[in-house]
Design a protein around this ligand. Structure first.
Ligand SMILES: NC(=O)c1ccc[n+]([C@@H]2O[C@H](COP(=O)([O-])OP(=O)(O)OC[C@H]3O[C@@H](n4cnc5c(N)ncnc54)[C@H](OP(=O)(O)O)[C@@H]3O)[C@@H](O)[C@H]2O)c1
Length: 220
């Protein structure tokens, strides 16, 4: 599939790009095309050195989305709606599958879950901002960026996927399982997405309090 990672120059963008590039055509998006190209060059170098499939491209966020079937919104919560708006204004979002891994969270000593009260989740807030025809999927919130970017890490996690559109959900579940030793679990509709978003501050707090490496989830 053709996948654009909006804000793919950042922390979670790196691991998603490296891993998804093994079976897909990945485009890194950035607010600056040159920064995206630089990131893509770096990711390709790393993949080449390991003898893995490369070919990641870098473009502006808008061009990346225009060229993709699946658009991953890898920006922080406070930039999510403005970023979606910029993509819409550029005519870059029409009928793609859009994936949100976004977690509304604040961090002091520990983390808190902080979605806007009127929506209850970043997913619902993004959904309200997206045009009709775009199919939104909420997933990947529980994947720690440093572990994704470490290609020696087999992961061994469960990933929960929420969507209203069943075909879009299946596509995202397939992509989740391409990331490594991952079992994708159906978490229900977008209305349930707040539940999976709220796991991330818990996982980070557990890692801080128990001095572990970044944690994810596995249901048994
Ligand atoms: N980090 C994790 O472990 C992790 C795990 C699960 C989910 N998530 C979620 O994934 C999303 C991305 O997290 P991250 O840690 O990868 O974020 P990040 O590294 O802080 O930022 C990602 C990218 O956002 C872009 N950006 C910065 N300021 C912006 C602005 N004002 N407007 C638009 N874009 C801006 C930057 O790209 P350019 O400067 O190139 O445009 C940056 O590389 C978050 O919503 C987070 O909750 C993160």
């Amino acid at each position: 599939m053709k996948i654009a990672i909006i804000g793919g120059t950042g922390d979670i963008g790196e691991g998603l790009a490296l891993r998804l590039a093994q079976q897909n055509d990945v485009i890194i998006g950035s607010r600056e095309a040159a920064k995206a190209q630089e990131a893509a060059d770096g990711y390709n170098k790393l993949l080449k050195e390991r003898g893995m499939r490369d070919g990641i491209r870098g473009m502006s966020n808008e061009e990346a989305a225009k060229n993709a079937e699946v658009v991953i919104l890898a920006v922080r919560y406070q930039f999510a709606v403005p970023t979606v708006q910029a993509l819409i204004n550029a005519g870059a979002l029409k009928d793609q599958i859009v994936i949100t891994p976004i977690v509304p969270m604040s961090k002091q000593k520990l983390c808190s879950f902080t979605p806007a009260a009127q929506y209850g989740s970043a997913t619902k807030e993004c959904s309200a901002a997206l045009p009709e025809g775009v199919r939104l999927v909420s997933t990947f919130q529980s994947l720690p960026a440093p572990r994704l970017a470490d290609l020696d890490d087999k992961l061994g996690f469960d990933v929960i996927v929420c969507a209203d559109d069943e075909e879009a959900k299946k596509t995202a579940m397939k992509l989740a399982e391409q990331l490594g030793d991952i079992r994708a679990l159906d978490g229900g509709t977008l209305a349930e997405a707040g539940l999976i978003e709220s796991l991330t501050p818990l996982l980070i707090n557990l890692a801080i309090k128990n001095k572990t490496k970044p944690l994810s989830i596995k249901f048994v």
